[in-house]
Design a binder for this molecule. Structure first.
Ligand code: NI
Length: 178
């Protein structure tokens, strides 16, 4: 199973609204397995299909601590149907180079989704897992965590990113799955 390259902001595929999945077939299972492998290799706690250039409503996540990792969940066509409370916490993103920032999220959510076989899921999440889910579901709607920051912070980041990209070009480092 290949580890897939992760698209980086400002790639425009990250800004598209992902299409719902209609076919729950072997191709979907294979894609999810590649996504999970790519997420663990990065390493990350979640990965949405648009991040690997597939504009479909698919995400994988594993919010467990390092020792307990390996038991990921795949969600197809997920949406948040209930939301309650607020919490501020730090986030980063595999598609946003060199930035961690505090983001305000809903504390408790109820999510509806399909599993890999197309069966309906409905479950509750709180705190960190709820944060990871909100971040990944945002990706399926073309939203990045930097969109939740103040415009000043975003402007500063864009300046920093310009320098990072410039340095990459000059050094010919080329970003891979990291
Ligand atoms: Ni992300």
């Amino acid at each position: 199973m290949p580890i897939l390259p992760i698209l980086k902001y400002p790639n425009q595929t990250l800004r598209r609204k992902a299409a719902p999945v209609r076919e729950f077939d072997a191709e979907l299972v294979a894609l999810v397995e590649d996504m999970a492998e790519t997420m663990y290799a990065a390493p990350g706690v979640g990965l949405a299909a648009p991040q690997i250039g597939v504009s479909k409503q698919i995400l994988v996540y594993d919010p467990a601590t390092a020792e307990e990792k390996g038991n990921y969940t795949a969600l197809i066509n997920p949406r948040i149907v209930e939301a309650e409370g607020e919490e501020i916490g730090e986030e980063g993103c595999l598609s946003v180079r060199e930035l961690c920032a505090e983001v305000k999220r809903t504390y408790r959510i109820v999510v509806e989704a399909r599993d890999l076989e197309g069966s309906r899921l409905n479950f509750e999440a709180e705190g960190w897992p709820a944060r990871v889910l909100q971040h990944e579901i945002d990706h399926l709607n073309g939203i990045l965590f930097i969109d939740h920051l103040s415009s000043l912070k975003r402007t500063l980041y864009k300046k920093k990113l310009k320098k990072i990209i410039e340095a990459e070009k000059q050094g010919d480092i080329g970003e891979s799955a990291g």
